[in-house]
Design a protein around this ligand. Structure first.
Ligand SMILES: [Zn+2]
Length: 297
């Protein structure tokens, strides 16, 4: 068990292969508690949250954002995760209670929950005029396999991606994280094959994460005897950008009459943030106040 959530990246000595490893057990558990997800939904959402974080590994600016959106025909509905260059992520699954029987003993049916018809869309906002977007059809709904197709077709980068979420019998998250290997232009094929072999030897990524106390140890196993260099480390956490004030400003575009219609008998309305399931309560007057210019210092 890795005591904290973080991500490391490394480059082999020849500069041909990049490896990113992420430990996300605590943030996936946090998301599970916020969204009250079923076992399979925890695994699906946890994989998407982890993938979005791994995909921020090459962002230059803390304000840059990567969003990953799975839209399949399975009972999960839409799954969205948005991660930043600061290592924060937020996300949700539209049907958190949806669940399916195991695909095989000990194997959660994430592919069935997500579905195999539909698409995965990635949006990268890196401060350019237009954000970069790529969309590919789903392959299996297992998340990692689908994103490998995205990397191949939208970014033209051969990628090996493993994502894992181990859900305990009490539904808590025992281990979560991911591993990505990317081949850079001019990579030596034998070197790449040897790293792929090591990754296969690791077996199931969530079990490998459960059995280690730090990512550096896993990285060493992935690299075998190959010389490499650590080129980055980032702490990771689940963190939403919503706030009472921010939501009030958004709601203030409604008229007073519309706001009153949203209220219960006591004259207050309840608003829930999709991304973190936080509930906020307002009276129409409090929202109208948000419209007024605020004092500044
Ligand atoms: Zn929120």
């Amino acid at each position: 068990m890795i005591p904290r959530d973080y991500m490391i990246k490394a480059l082999d000595g020849s500069g041909g292969v990049k490896v990113v490893l992420a430990a996300t057990t605590h943030l996936v558990e946090h998301a599970r508690q916020r969204h009250h997800t079923s076992a399979t939904a925890s695994a699906a959402l946890g994989r998407v949250l982890t993938a979005a974080l791994i995909m921020t590994h090459d962002l230059k600016d803390p304000a840059d954002v990567v969003s990953v959106r799975f839209n399949g025909d399975g009972p999960a509905g839409v799954i969205i995760a948005t991660a930043t260059g600061m290592g924060t992520v937020r996300g949700y699954i539209s049907e958190p209670q949806a669940d399916l029987p195991a695909a095989a003993p000990g194997k959660l049916n994430v592919g069935g929950l997500v579905g195999t018809e539909g698409y995965v869309e990635v949006l990268k906002d890196i401060g350019m005029k237009q954000p970069f977007t790529g969309r590919v059809p789903l392959v299996s709904g297992e998340i990692a396999e689908d994103l490998v197709q995205y990397f191949m077709h939208s970014e033209q980068v051969p990628t090996l991606l493993a994502l894992g979420v181990l859900v305990d019998v009490d539904l808590s998250i025992k281990a979560a994280g991911g591993l990505m290997v990317q081949a850079l232009p001019g990579v030596d094929d034998e070197l790449l094959a040897s790293i792929e072999q090591q990754v296969l030897k690791l077996g199931n990524i969530s079990s490998a994460l459960e059995m280690t106390e730090n990512l550096e140890e896993l990285l060493q196993k992935v690299m075998g005897g190959i010389e490499y260099q650590l080129i980055g480390e980032q702490d990771l956490e689940f963190c939403c950008t919503c706030s009472r004030e921010r939501l009030a400003v958004i709601l203030s575009s409604y008229s007073k009459e519309e706001l009153e219609r949203l209220c219960d008998d006591e004259g207050t309305m309840e608003v829930t943030c999709n991304f973190c399931n936080q509930q906020y309560h307002y009276t129409p007057e409090q929202i109208m106040d948000a419209k007024k210019p605020q004092p500044r210092d």
